[in-house]
Write a protein that binds this ligand. Structure first.
Ligand code: SF4
Length: 291
């Protein structure tokens, strides 16, 4: 009787995924923005918008001397809406930017350093209380504007994780919460990466190699995975975030790069119709070959 190998610890698998993408694409130099305020405004404007259009809106703000806390506060909301028009939903986005700036004046003396002096959890919590700032936007601000370790989840991340099959590590708040750091020792993870390299090729004996069993076997070996849950993409923002926060060292620089790499991979390779041939994650992916 054939015996399935247990799924690898998700901490090791997640580091392997990171190393493979970093090797394939190189550093992504995120977030594109010249200041913390620009990152915050970009995080709001990029809701349901392409980055190209966000850049046009930010250029409008810069060219009109409005990209400062004071400039945004002085600007009537109708004028602000006109400037951010290229990013779409311009009236709603102008209202959100105004709400953030007004909140910053009222609660943090219009001072981003004051805001960023909060600890990570408190900063996230306060941001979530501001009109128009949801989890992805709050976490983008925490990570990319405040440089604090909070993993950002977006549609690309969900799609890639679902396809990889690493949802075996998705934890509910009852079994794992952001902030805890169980799992394998990070030094052990990186030494595995260095010893075996980060290429697509199968390396005999590498503990990260999962090519010795079939896609179905890999899928079936993932506790909690069902075809139905996979098809529906079930899983809350918090559960995807806990997968990363509970299994990786809380390193803001690595979280920064990891999210940027997932976006790159989701845009260029693991697209809606994935390009599996040549994919740097193929040998670790339960869905390899679907595209
Ligand atoms: S092998 Fe295919 S499905 Fe898997 S991550 Fe790569 S592109 Fe996506």
């Amino acid at each position: 009787m054939s015996r399935l190998r247990p799924a690898p610890p998700s901490s090791i698998a997640l580091m392997d995924i990171y190393e493979r993408m970093l090797s394939a694409y190189g550093p992504q130099h995120w977030w594109p923005g010249e200041s913390s305020l620009e990152v915050i405004i970009g995080a709001i404007l990029t809701q349901s918008a392409s980055w190209t259009n966000v850049e046009k809106a930010i250029d409008n703000l810069k060219n009109n001397g409005a990209l400062s806390i004071q400039g945004l506060q002085r600007l009537p909301v109708s004028d602000l809406a006109r400037l951010v028009y290229p990013s779409g939903y311009y009236n709603a986005k102008a209202a959100k930017i105004k709400a953030f700036v007004d909140w910053l004046y009222r609660n943090h003396d219009a001072d981003l350093d004051n805001l960023f002096s909060l600890d990570t959890a408190e900063l996230r919590q306060q941001l979530l209380g501001v009109y128009g700032i949801g989890e992805e936007t709050a976490d983008s601000i925490v990570l990319y504007a405040a440089s604090k370790p909070m993993f950002v989840i977006d549609a690309y991340t969900r799609r890639i994780i679902d396809r990889l099959g690493t949802t075996w590590g998705v934890q509910t708040p009852a079994t794992g919460t952001p902030g805890s750091l169980p799992g394998a020792d990070h030094g052990q993870e990186t030494s595995i990466g260095h010893d075996y390299g980060h290429t697509n090729s199968r390396v005999h004996g590498c503990p990260l190699d999962t090519t010795s069993y079939s896609n179905d076997q890999r899928r079936n070996s993932l506790p909690g995975w069902t075809p139905e849950s996979r098809r529906k993409g079930l899983g809350t923002y918090a559960s995807y975030q806990a997968l990363f926060m509970s299994n990786l060292p809380h390193d803001a620089a690595m979280f920064n790069e990891y999210h940027a790499l997932l976006v790159r991979h989701g845009k260029d390779v693991c697209k809606k119709k994935p390009i599996c041939i040549g994919c740097c994650l193929a040998t670790a992916c339960a869905s390899a070959g679907v595209g």
